[in-house]
Structure formats: structure tokens, C-alpha cells
Design a protein around this ligand. Structure first.
Ligand code: PLP
Length: 355
């Protein structure tokens, strides 16, 4: 462990920010001027530095590529009307990254390294943070195994890197989703509860089949019976039946979404009943038939709320109530935006200001 954080900073000689309209760049392809890197070897974090965004030279034997010791986080920084910058619940992302690290036999990242690197990076790349109403700076911290050797064993060396890119609204359109009954995302005793690269790779083929059928995402169901819903695409899943918010309870097959937790906190604060429990496909369609299913949506950092307008199941498509009528999720979306933009009271102390 490094005792005091010593981040060596090498600034870019020429910023690229004036070549972009940061409020309008396509998501995920245009990276800010700088990146943070920390290197782990011989059982400890050796050094940390910020350098101009660049490719990293690497061996084709890199262990992350062959054996999948690769974990990541997704989080955002927001700029309010006064130009002040804040992160949304960054310590929750740090905590989740370390949960992922433990499961993948990788070293934990000390808080001072994660937060110290992130804060310095945001100070340097402040001009890359969109100030538009729905804009934000997407932050991708990740940890990869960097041993250059073939052989299945935990790597002895790692790189922890943070890169960032400007983001507008991620999913602007409501989505149609299909209940997945053949493939599964996660299994008990597996790695569904962490953010490891393989979870995303394995989801691509079932999602491609769903896309070919006209659906943007799948609803993942439990691996044993395919009767209970778990997540939708890369989002947690929520339903409003009558006046109750219902979401699958956390387990080792479900990622503990930070947006999920925030939505549940808001619901309870507003006096709504919020249940975390098993929810079956049957229960959802029965509630739909009885006109009690009011809302269905995904929650996640990328979109905050992704409205689900139709669900496909057993070759039928079920249309859900119009988005405009969805009081709860529309209010959550607005309130979270207002908290992030500094316009609403941050009563849960979710915002972490960058001075
Ligand atoms: C599989 C999965 N579920 C849920 C989420 C939502 O989590 P969060 O709200 O922390 O972004 C994500 C995104 O990180 C995810 O990848």
C-alpha cells in the first residue's frame, strides 16, 4: 500500500477540448485530455500518475486478455449552472470496485488512490465536463491484470486506470425488452453481482438475438427456472404495481446498482412502499392483465431511468402504459437530475463536490 498519495502529473502540451462540442459528442468514443494510472506489483501499489490520454503498449500474452481478470466501474460527474462540479456517490463505486476485485482475486484499490486520482483528473479536465441539462462526464475506472505470461493463475501485476468521456443522454428513447428464456446472465455462486468484463461479453449474443426480433434489450431471468426476473440489459429492473415499487432483491446474481439504491431511497422517503423481493414473470403479466402494472423501467448510471414500453414474452408483445402517465419514474428522473444539478436539496448527501 502506498502511504501518502503521490500523483505525478504530466499535462498535455495541447488540449483537444476546443476541437469538440462536449455537449454533443457521440458517447464513448471521444476521451478527455488526461488519464490516471496506478501500477501494482510485488504485492503493493507502486506508483500513480496522470498523463495525456494515450494507448498503453502491451504484450499479446497479457493475462487480462486471456483469463479475464478485468473489472470496471461506471460513474458520472456533473456541472451545475454555476460551473461547480460534483460526483454522484463516488464512494459507492469505489466500494463496489473492491467487491469486484476480491471476487476476481485482484488487489483492492485504496480509497486515497481511487478518490485522489479521480479528483486530480477532474480538476485537470474540467473543461471536458458538459454543462448541458442532460450532459455529464462519464467516468470509467478499471483494473486489469498485466502479467505478460500464459498460465491460469492470478496475475502478480495490475494497472488501475481512469479514463473519462463527455456524455449526453445515453438512452433517450424508451425501450422494448424481451424476457430471455434460454440464456442466462448470472448463476448462483457466479459473478453476476460484480462488474467484470466477461459478464458483458456473454450478454452480447442473446442481446443480438433480441435485437433481430425488434427488442433493444433482454430481461434476464434466473438461470434455473427462467421464471423470476433479475435485470434488464445492464440495468436493474423496477416495476410499479398498484402503488408499490417492486425490484428483485439483491443476491449474487444481481448487480447492486447505485441508481437502484437511490431510487428505492427516494420512493421510501416519499412514503411509497418499496419491496425488494423475487418477482415472477407470471406476476408481472397478471398485474398487467388486471391493469395494475403502472410502470416498468430500468435503472442505471447511463440512463438513470430507461422506460420500458413493451415486453415480449412467448412470441407475444405486451404494450405497457404510456410513459407520460408514469408518475413515479418521471418524478425520480426529474428529482435526481435536480439533485445532480444542485437545484434540489441533497438530503441523502449523495453529491461529492470537487473543489
Ligand atoms: C449489470 C448491471 N446492472 C445494473 C447496473 C446499474 O448500476 P448503477 O446504477 O450503479 O449504474 C449496471 C451498470 O453499472 C450493470 O452493468
Amino acid at each position: 500500500m502506498i502511504d501518502t498519495i503521490d500523483i505525478k502529473i504530466t499535462k498535455t502540451s495541447k488540449s483537444r477540448v476546443s476541437e469538440q462540442d462536449v455537449n454533443n459528442v457521440p458517447f464513448g468514443k471521444c476521451f478527455s485530455d488526461h488519464m490516471f494510472v496506478a501500477e501494482y506489483a510485488e504485492g503493493k501499489w507502486q506508483k500513480a500518475y496522470i498523463q495525456p490520454y494515450a494507448d498503453i503498449p502491451m504484450s499479446f500474452a497479457l493475462s487480462a486478455l486471456h483469463y479475464g481478470q478485468a473489472i470496471f466501474e461506471g460513474m458520472k460527474a456533473y456541472k451545475n449552472e454555476k460551473g461547480e462540479v460534483s460526483l454522484f456517490r463516488p464512494l459507492a463505486n469505489h466500494n463496489r470496485l473492491n467487491i469486484s476485485a476480491t471476487r476476481m482475486a485482484m488487489p483492492e484499490i485504496p480509497e486515497e488512490l481511487f478518490m485522489g486520482g479521480l479528483i486530480e483528473l477532474l480538476r485537470l479536465d474540467n473543461a471536458w465536463i458538459p454543462s448541458s441539462e442532460t450532459g455529464s462526464l462519464y467516468i470509467r475506472p478499471f483494473l486489469i491484470a498485466t502479467d505478460e505470461a500464459i498460465g491460469v493463475r492470478p496475475s502478480e501485476s495490475y494497472k488501475f486506470v481512469i479514463i473519462t468521456c463527455p456524455a449526453g443522454k445515453y438512452y433517450s428513447e424508451p425501450v422494448k425488452v424481451i424476457v430471455e428464456q434460454s440464456y442466462y446472465r448470472a448463476v448462483e455462486g457466479g459473478v453476476g453481482y460484480i462488474k467484470t468484463a466477461g459478464n458483458y461479453g456473454r450478454s452480447l449474443y442473446p442481446t443480438k438475438i433480441a435485437l433481430d426480433k425488434g427488442y433493444q434489450q433482454v430481461i434476464w431471468t434466473d438461470a434455473k427456472t427462467h421464471q423470476y426476473v433479475e435485470e434488464s440489459g445492464t440495468m436493474n429492473l423496477m416495476f410499479v404495481i398498484d402503488n408499490t415499487v417492486i425490484t428483485p432483491q439483491l443476491s449474487d446474481t444481481i448487480l447492486a446498482g447505485i441508481t437502484r439504491d437511490s431510487v428505492l431511497s427516494l420512493a421510501r422517503d416519499w412514503g411509497m412502499k418499496a419491496e425488494e423481493r423475487k418477482i415472477s414473470v407470471k406476476e408481472i403479466f397478471e398485474a398487467h392483465e388486471q391493469g395494475r402494472l403502472k410502470e416498468a423501467f430500468g435503472t442505471g448510471t447511463a440512463a438513470t431511468i430507461a422506460q420500458i414500453i413493451a415486453i415480449g414474452y412467448n412470441d407475444k408483445e405486451y404494450a405497457l402504459p404510456p410513459v407520460a402517465e408514469r408518475k413515479f419514474s418521471n418524478k425520480v428522473d426529474e428529482v435526481l437530475r435536480n439533485i445532480r444539478k444542485g437545484r434540489a436539496e441533497d438530503k441523502f448527501h449523495w453529491m461529492f463536490p470537487i473543489k
